[in-house]
Design a protein around this ligand. Structure first.
Ligand SMILES: NC(=O)c1ccc[n+]([C@@H]2O[C@H](COP(=O)([O-])OP(=O)(O)OC[C@H]3O[C@@H](n4cnc5c(N)ncnc54)[C@H](OP(=O)(O)O)[C@@H]3O)[C@@H](O)[C@H]2O)c1
Length: 336
């Protein structure tokens, strides 16, 4: 296949967020040793992308840079050592030292690619790595710690809804914390039995009482700030709060007495580190397990479809209402 010498890409010129994103023509990247060139069929945005564009993520990249951590596409060229992926449709992560998925093409490491089963659509493919893997990994950690009941924040987001459905499958009780009444309705509609609204008077008392009754010993926190301390206080003696997101943008505040006298732990989770610790065969096994569950348990809500030219509208729409679902950017589509 002959490839063009340039491509369209959304490029970030500085770390000031969406305002610094422009659609531009850039040279076609070339795959090196163990790399592949992926023609992006669909890509999406997560809170991590929004944090990254503001310089608030775990790392930055030299500017200008193409953001976008996950996507789905066709491997159209492969470097030495990555030939087995040539021609395959894959879900893919961006490499930490290269441009990302918000472009017509992306070069990434072969190990960042997961071959897709035929029944998986492109939009499912682009939402199957970051959130489903995180939901599974978090719940596995809680179960390995012996938890029979968990509590989670940001529960109306996609990770939260996946965690609740996985809890249903695994007969684990899950206390869901949201911040708006519409989110309570949404989760109750999903069949979630325990949904608490953190904006309501008396929330903390209700949280403590519910966690006591259900014997909750593990918390997943994506919010930070005061919430981390409230979770720490609400869970059982010896329990764990796992901080995996900082949506509030605020440092966690907590009562050290809970750590000292309550024998409780605060820890963190980062999917990149989790991947780095897995054998490739384990990651592929989880990928296959995830693909079987994309129609139900690990489904992502989608709120709209965009091209590279209209992507900025889509990203602003997502930033304004994350609960409504992911936006899908289709770089190969040029109209509509
Ligand atoms: N550590 C990791 O490796 C890892 C991996 C995957 C995801 N994550 C984290 O998981 C979290 C959820 O991701 P997602 O893709 O599921 O998100 P999402 O689908 O975009 O939804 C985000 C949810 O969080 C809510 N929210 C936003 N800001 C909030 C705040 N300050 N306080 C309370 N709720 C807030 C949103 O509600 P509104 O609609 O009201 O804004 C929405 O329901 C994020 O923090 C993300 O960074 C971490």
């Amino acid at each position: 296949m002959s490839l063009p010498s340039t491509m369209q890409a959304l490029q970030l010129s500085n770390y000031s967020g969406l305002d610094a994103l422009i659609l531009t023509e850039t040279p076609m990247p070339q795959p090196g040793h163990n790399d592949v060139l992926v023609k992006i069929l669909a890509t999406t945005a997560n809170p991590s992308d929004l944090h990254f564009m503001k310089g608030e993520y775990g790392f930055t990249k030299p500017l200008p840079v193409v953001p976008g951590f996950e996507g789905c596409g066709l491997v159209v060229a492969a470097g030495e050592g990555a030939e087995s992926l040539q021609g395959q449709r894959v879900a893919c992560f961006a490499a930490q030292d290269k441009d990302g998925t918000w472009a017509e093409y992306m070069v990434t490491g072969a190990n960042n690619c997961f071959p897709l089963q035929d029944h998986v659509t492109d939009e499912q493919g682009t939402t199957m790595l970051v959130n489903p893997f995180t939901a599974i990994a978090l719940l596995n950690l809680a179960q390995e710690a012996g938890a029979k009941a968990v509590v989670q924040t940001a529960a109306a987001g996609q990770v939260g809804r996946m965690v609740q459905r996985l809890c249903n499958d695994r007969a684990i009780s899950c206390v869901n914390i949201v911040r708006r009444e519409e989110q309570v309705t949404l989760l109750k509609g999903d069949g979630a039995p325990y949904v608490l609204n953190s904006s309501e008077d008396g929330f903390f008392d209700t949280l403590r009482q519910t966690c006591r009754e259900l014997k909750v010993s593990y918390a997943f926190d994506a919010v930070g700030g005061r919430m981390t301390g409230m979770l720490l206080e609400a869970i059982r003696r010896g329990g764990t709060v796992n901080v995996y997101g900082v949506l509030s943008g605020k440092p966690a505040s907590l009562n050290g007495g809970q750590l000292i006298f309550g024998d409780k732990t605060v820890t963190g989770f980062w999917l990149s580190r989790w991947f780095a610790r897995q054998e490739r065969s384990t990651a592929l096994d989880v990928s296959n397990q995830v693909q079987e569950l994309l129609d139900d348990t690990l489904q992502s809500a989608i709120q709209g479809y965009y091209t590279l030219a209209t992507a900025l509208d889509g990203l602003r729409t997502y930033e304004d209402n994350m609960t409504a679902g992911k936006v899908i950017i289709q770089p190969a589509v040029t109209t509509g």
